[in-house]
Design a protein around this ligand. Structure first.
Ligand code: S3P
Length: 178
């Protein structure tokens, strides 16, 4: 049975790579943020607005416990999911966890355009965004690095980044299983 959880900072490519990995491994894909939005009939932004971050984290944990029961699945979770409660320990007990690791500079490039869709990044200037990413990534790193596998996305510069990443993640998973 396959159950893989992708973790990492916003903009690391969890959803993009998760979808591609699921297609390649012929299993289902689940994005925790989308799952929450569907269940609560609200966008993540609306949940933050109505219940604050603490309210969102409670919902996120509850929904994590549900999706972690799915079988033959690749789950991508939110950037903050592993960093609250004992979520990372829980994830490690239920699935193979993969940390998609990137530098603040790369994350900044990925997040600059879509920042206003993310409640934690909204309305920040470029300078504030870079500072926020650098500081919060450092604070989250101890949680992320508890993952079973660490996959450095900055190593990949080729045109076929997604395809290469999928192949390399599969190699990583197989290596440890041997
Ligand atoms: C968050 C990341 C978001 C979403 C929410 C909070 C975070 O998910 O869960 O806005 O705390 O890093 P993505 O990492 O998919 O953007």
């Amino acid at each position: 049975m396959t159950r893989i959880i992708l973790i990492g900072y916003m903009g690391a490519g969890k959803t993009t790579l998760g979808k591609a990995l699921a297609r390649e491994m012929k299993v289902q894909f689940c994005d925790l943020d989308w799952f929450i939005e569907e269940r609560y009939h609200r966008t993540i932004q609306q949940i933050f607005d109505e219940k604050g971050e603490a309210g969102f984290r409670d919902i996120e944990r509850k929904m994590l416990y549900e999706v972690a029961e799915f079988e033959d699945i690749i789950i991508s979770c939110g950037g903050g999911t592993p960093c609250f409660f004992d979520n990372i320990e829980f994830m490690n007990s239920k699935a193979q966890t993969v940390y998609l690791k990137a530098t603040p500079e790369i994350l900044f490039q990925h997040l600059k355009m879509g920042k206003n869709e993310r409640p934690l990044l909204k309305n920040k200037t470029d300078e504030e965004l870079m500072q926020f990413i650098t500081e919060s990534l450092a604070a989250r790193e101890p949680y992320y690095s508890k993952a079973d596998y660490i996959f450095d996305i900055t190593l990949l510069n080729s045109i076929d980044r997604i395809k290469d990443s999928v192949r390399l993640i599969q190699e990583l998973l197989n290596k440890k299983a041997e």
